[in-house]
Design a protein around this ligand. Structure first.
Ligand code: GLY
Ligand code: MN
Length: 490
């Protein structure tokens, strides 16, 4: 079955102390009050999700599409990681942080398009022992699950118990396409059925890959609901940065101050949202030169910079992705300020060109123009900035090996399966949201730069919305000039 929870072997039976007598079973199953359903009005996101389903439906006439939410992932034995549904599933259903693990959206082809049905493991009744005896999914153990009617109202979808999903599997044929990465176990079962189906000559893996691509590309332009969620994610994230600044004294006093930065930010993320959208990067001093420093076990030392790359994922699962680099003492040194303001110049130059009609890759090229010019001026490059900008040279990239921008949405690196033609080589459209995040990183042992630059790492990352007229920096409210950062810290 799709619900791996239901079938995966877990090492609990030999520890179970649940009474098994019939007397106990009868007793615990009796005398429970009737349940009342929650708000029957559809959720705001349900209409948006319906419009997205209509768009994918048009691309796949006559094909059955399976979009799994995915099963819970075992961390060890009977302990799971926090559950998060696959982003494509959330995008097409509107079901987000409260999705039930193992759910599957089925788009069944009709003459007019597709009928959508959401299969999920419905709440178990008091006539089964699940509610008290099943530590994986029982209500007494992990909380109640909604009824079929409740989710149907919430999301405006036909809902069916996952126990009946076997009927869908029985009709799997060569015209069935699955989002493979959504649920590997379910995909294996679908592959098996497709091989058995009379007209299937091979697994439909090419079609599956195309579906993953199309679902990714469906998210390149955000609708009004998504833009509002991203605004809110940025607002929540700003509060997380404010919290860290307010905690500065304790952070500096602790030998693993970076962990306190992470903890303080993550506290805000859990309070205001679902979680962090990715592991918080709290990189003090030379750790800032390690792009995805998430070990965060270093001290935060006055005189150094601390690079903080963090984003709050809301209950809707939309996330911000913000980086600020702060002088721990409250004031930049001369060299730190020079590097910082250069990175800001690169970010500002990149932002200035954003408008519908330009190519995504031009943003990176513009930022790199500033980075090449400045590092050449400082004498760090073996050639001129113009020479360095040639594709075969790129000496300046020694100090910034990452890209300048990525799409942002339900995933921090959103739309990752989109074709290059629509992503890197794509043309910007109003409604796209992406980061602009240039940086300069001078490794502590880099002999090409003067000593005072070594160990300095700076990144400034903002979340940008393409508008009809140009662009809006959604994170402009989080201080980003060197002067404003110093004022923020005061
Ligand atoms: N925030 C981390 C990254 O964009 O890679
Ligand atoms: Mn980023």
């Amino acid at each position: 079955m799709a619900d791996k929870n239901a079938s995966a072997p877990r090492a609990t039976d030999n520890r179970s102390t649940v009474p098994v007598s019939d007397i106990f079973r009868q007793y615990i199953s009796s005398d429970w009050a009737e349940r009342t359903e929650g708000d029957p009005r559809p959720r705001e996101q349900s209409e948006w999700a319906a419009a997205r389903r209509a768009r994918i439906s048009m691309l796949y006439p006559g094909k059955r599409l399976l979009i799994p939410a995915g099963a819970a992932k075992v961390r060890s034995n009977d302990t799971d990681y926090a559950y998060r549904a696959h982003s494509a599933f959330s995008h097409l259903t509107g079901w987000a942080s409260d999705s039930v693990p193992g759910s599957v959206l089925v788009l069944e082809p009709t003459v007019a398009g597709h009928d959508a049905t959401l299969y999920f493991r419905k709440a178990a009744g008091r006539d089964s022992d699940e509610f008290y005896a099943n530590p994986e999914i029982g209500e007494f153990w992990t909380g109640p699950r909604p009824s079929l009617a409740q989710v149907s109202h919430d999301l405006g979808l036909l809902t069916v118990d996952l126990a009946d999903f076997e009927r869908v599997l029985d009709t799997v044929d060569a015209d069935t396409i699955i989002l493979r990465e959504g649920d590997r176990d379910l995909t294996d079962q679908v592959d098996g059925r497709r091989l058995l189906s009379a007209d299937a000559e091979s697994l439909e893996i090419d079609a599956d890959t195309a579906l993953a691509r199309d679902l990714s590309e469906l998210r390149l332009v955000k609708d009004a609901y998504e833009i509002e969620q991203l605004r809110r994610a940025v607002t929540a994230t700003k509060k997380g940065f404010d919290d860290v600044i307010a905690d500065r004294e304790a952070i500096v006093a602790h030998e693993r101050g970076e962990r306190l930065v992470e903890g303080t930010f993550n506290r805000r993320a859990r309070a205001e949202g679902n979680a962090v959208g990715y592991d918080t990067i709290a990189a003090s001093g030379a750790h800032a030169c390690i792009l995805h420093w998430t070990r965060n076990d270093g001290a935060v030392v006055p005189g150094d910079l601390i690079l903080m790359d963090a984003g709050i994922e809301l209950d809707s699962l939309y996330t911000a992705d913000i980086t600020r680099t702060l002088p721990v003492s409250g004031v930049f040194s001369e060299t730190q300020r020079l590097v910082y303001e250069t990175v800001r110049e690169a970010a500002d130059a990149a932002f200035a060109i954003v408008r519908p009609g330009i190519r995504f890759r031009e943003i990176h090229a513009t930022a790199m123009g500033v980075i090449a010019k400045k590092t050449a001026e400082w004498g760090f490059l073996p050639v001129s900035a113009e020479e360095s900008m040639k594709p075969e040279n790129q000496f300046h990239r020694r100090y910034m090996v990452h890209g300048t921008s990525h799409h942002l949405g339900l995933d921090v690196h959103d739309c990752a399966a989109a074709r290059r033609d629509l992503y890197l080589d794509g043309v910007l459209e109003a409604g796209m949201v992406f980061t602009i995040e240039p940086g300069l990183y001078f490794q502590p042992d880099d002999l090409t730069v003067p000593e005072e630059f070594r160990g300095i790492g700076v990144r400034i990352e903002d979340n940008i919305l393409v508008t009809e007229a140009g662009a809006e920096n959604l994170s402009i409210g989080i201080p980003r000039t060197a002067d404003d950062v110093e004022a923020w810290l005061r």
